[in-house]
Design a protein around this ligand. Structure first.
Ligand code: ADP
Ligand code: MG
Length: 690
């Protein structure tokens, strides 16, 4: 590997001194500049400061030993491998390589002196190591004084080359601080440069533990830097949004008042509070981007409908989008039920509609005759033209992918003004996430359930007791109750999931001929699904066998029992959502979680959490603890730049500090803020706009 001498200023192409093939690999890892190289920090460290003998090597941990190669052969069977015998203090150590390059055969040639790093195992042929990391050394070559960094890397890019590249990058990069004077001191954080130097080549005196757990001040500085970049970026997006224009949707609330008069209930204080915030936003000439959070069953839909009325009263159209057809259908029925009494037109737009019908619907949307269009993401396809879209309502927004959210945002954007957006979610955003990835959104919370709900009793039962459960459910149904029977989620195969649902349906029907049993799953056509749900709602179906399609939004207050099979396979959010289908009426509700033994540690932990908690916020917090923010947000596929170093569970204090610092930096040190953003996010800032 050739590295040209440093030549700062003469060639501004980043990494011009790196061979093309290596550059490609770096780029695959998101490393495009010298600066990126310096910010490419070790995953962990290895202790190469000592040499071990074979006899005193501890079990189960990687150790370093040194010896001379005394033999080498390629063994064809049972599996092709390169075998190499190293003599360590007169004792043989067998090195095994299952994958090897021709170059390795040369490096591991007889007579070469190696330092190898790996776990020593005692096999049938004596001491051996599988796939050790190795390095050719001269006799008596000094041991490194400090720990050796191990970097994230990609195939064909060795640790050694990465280390050399990083070493070389120091010459070209300006690592001066982008924090305003005193800030680092106030926070007890060391300067950036010394932090980076320490992390790339730790001083021997640095405690290994503080590096491994990333609690060392140098690590904390890096995490702070990263969090600060994210915060600055979020704030900038927010500012941009506040400069964008939207049609102000002020209203005299006449329609809303009429709807409220007709309702069989009164809004809770929490609903009123959220509605007040939304109303104030809608009246502004800037696009609202508010997320309405409320636990399952807290009554978000009526709040959304009241917001829609305000928009309609100001002459705008409203789009209501849901992630599944079942949910969209439910929203459609609710909106139509409420709004048609006020003389408003609510139309349905789904992907499964017939051509002719669709054409009619599209025409009514385009002419402005339709006041509200409810549907799935079909609402945001190219052909759908609104006459004056003023408000987009997105139910269960976390279920939508980024592309869909972007399409939504573009819809109705005529270059001058953008529609207001109201998102709804029953998956609460834990505070740390709200402060970081969702910092661009305003949040309203409905923190209480409507009165008169009876708490749900959750039961955990091994599925060996299935029959007993079936009988109990039957008895309850015969006495006027209604129940869901949820079939297991089979992630690998939708077909298999369907098969289980069909089998369960048939079995229950045969065992209890006196019960009216229904079946709903994802493969049913839109109208078939709707018919089944309607029959269940009307009580014509007593027991509804369902796949997880009923997870969100389904609202049948009389259904007070639920059985979830193979609950151990489901995630916390999913279990909470499913369970939220019951406990909506005045009947005492029960949710039975059937699980199959043996339970893994994580599954056991999830079941414990769902058993002990009914508060969605608490469950979401536990979920974050178990899974980390990346998975919780589905962010990897969403293209959101994930945190590489900071951890929202353990670094909440740094996040808090970063948030404050971002605000004051943008105000008082805009140049530093810009430089900081450039350093950490470079070209990736656009991702954040979703
Ligand atoms: P979610 O927040 O999960 O979307 P919904 O909007 O579906 O909840 O509301 C759940 C049920 O509670 C619906 O049947 C709805 O009509 C009812 N509801 C909403 N608000 C109230 C209220 N203030 N008092 C009583 N019932 C309410
Ligand atoms: Mg809902």
């Amino acid at each position: 590997m050739k590295i040209a001498p440093a030549n700062p200023g003469h060639d501004l192409t980043p990494l011009h001194w790196v061979a093309e093939s290596v550059r490609e690999k770096l780029e695959r890892m998101g490393i495009h500049t010298e600066q990126d190289l310096l910010l490419h920090l070790p995953l962990r460290y290895e202790d190469e400061t000592q040499l071990h003998g074979l006899s005193d090597a501890p079990v189960g941990v990687a150790v370093q030993v040194e010896g001379v190669v005394v033999g080498q052969k390629i063994q064809p069977r049972p599996r092709r491998m390169l075998l190499c015998t190293l003599e360590v203090d007169g004792e043989p150590l067998q090195l095994r390589f299952f994958h090897f390059y021709p170059s390795q055969i040369k490096q591991l040639a007889t007579g070469n002196r190696l330092r190898v790093m790996g776990e020593v195992r005692r096999g049938f042929f004596g001491a051996e190591m599988a796939h050790p990391r190795y390095r050719i050394v001269r006799q008596g070559e000094a041991l490194p004084a400090g720990l050796t960094p191990v970097y994230p890397t990609t195939a064909g890019l060795s640790q050694r080359i990465l280390r050399q590249l990083i070493e070389r990058a120091w010459d070209d990069v300006d690592v001066s601080d982008t924090l305003p004077p005193n800030l680092a001191d106030d926070l007890g954080l060391p300067p950036l440069e010394s932090s980076l130097r320490l992390l790339h080549s730790p001083d021997p005196k640095v405690p290994a533990m503080a590096l491994a757990t990333r609690t060392h001040p140098a690590w904390r500085r890096i995490k702070f830097e990263e969090l600060l970049a994210l915060q600055i970026s979020m704030r900038k997006h927010r500012q941009r949004r506040q400069r964008a224009r939207a049609q102000p949707l002020a209203s005299n609330e006449l329609l809303g008042a009429r709807l409220l008069e007709n309702l069989p209930f009164q809004l809770t204080v929490a609903q009123q509070g959220a509605l007040g915030e939304i109303r104030a936003d809608l009246a502004k000439p800037h696009p609202m981007q508010r997320i309405l959070q409320g636990d399952v069953g807290s009554g978000k839909t009526i709040v959304a409908a009241l917001a829609a009325l305000q928009a309609i009263e100001s002459g705008a159209q409203v789009a209501v989008m849901a992630p599944t057809e079942i949910l969209a259908e439910q929203n459609f029925n609710k909106f139509r039920g409420w709004l048609s009494k006020l003389g408003l037109e609510v139309i349905w737009l789904a992907g499964t509609q017939g051509k002719k019908q669709r054409r009619e619907v599209l025409a009514r949307v385009a002419s402005g005759e339709a006041h509200v269009a409810v549907g799935t993401h079909a609402l945001f396809q190219e052909q759908v033209e609104f006459s004056r879209l003023g408000l987009c309502i997105v139910d269960e927004q976390h279920r939508f992918g980024v592309q869909q959210r972007l399409a939504l945002r573009r819809k109705g954007t005529d270059g001058v003004s953008q529609p207001h957006q109201l998102m709804m979610s029953a998956t609460p955003i834990p505070r740390t996430l709200a402060m970081s990835f969702y910092a661009d959104l305003d949040v309203s919370v409905i923190g209480e359930l409507p009165p008169g709900r009876t708490p749900i009793v959750t039961k955990l039962l091994a599925d060996t007791r299935r029959e007993e459960v079936e009988h109990r459910i039957r008895d309850a149904c015969v006495q006027g109750g209604q129940a869901y029977w949820v079939c297991p989620l089979i992630e690998e195969s939708e077909a298999l999931q369907l098969k289980t649902a069909l089998e369960t349906f048939e079995r229950i029907q045969t065992t209890f001929p006196e019960l009216r049993v229904g079946l709903v799953h994802g493969r049913l056509k839109g109208e078939e699904k709707a018919a089944v749900m309607e029959a269940f709602k009307q009580g014509a179906i007593q027991l509804l066998v369902a796949t997880t399609v009923i997870e969100v939004g389904v609202d049948v207050p009389n259904a007070s029992m639920m059985v979830i099979e193979h609950a151990e396979r489901m995630g916390l959010a999913q279990l909470h959502q499913l369970r939220g289908r019951v406990g909506r009426g005045t009947r005492a509700s029960v949710c039975v979680l059937l699980y199959q033994q043996p339970l893994g540690g994580l599954a056991r932990e999830r079941l414990r959490i769902i058993f002990e908690n009914t508060d969605g916020f608490e469950i979401a917090r536990e979920d974050l603890r178990l899974r980390g923010p990346g998975e919780l947000l589905g962010a990897r596929q969403s293209g959101m730049p994930m945190l590489r170093f900071a951890d929202l569970n353990t670094d909440a204090d740094l996040l808090e500090a970063a948030r404050e610092a971002a605000a004051s930096m943008l105000k008082e040190h805009p140049d530093l803020a810009r430089a900081h953003l450039q350093r950490w996010l470079g070209g990736r800032q656009d991702y954040l706009r979703v």
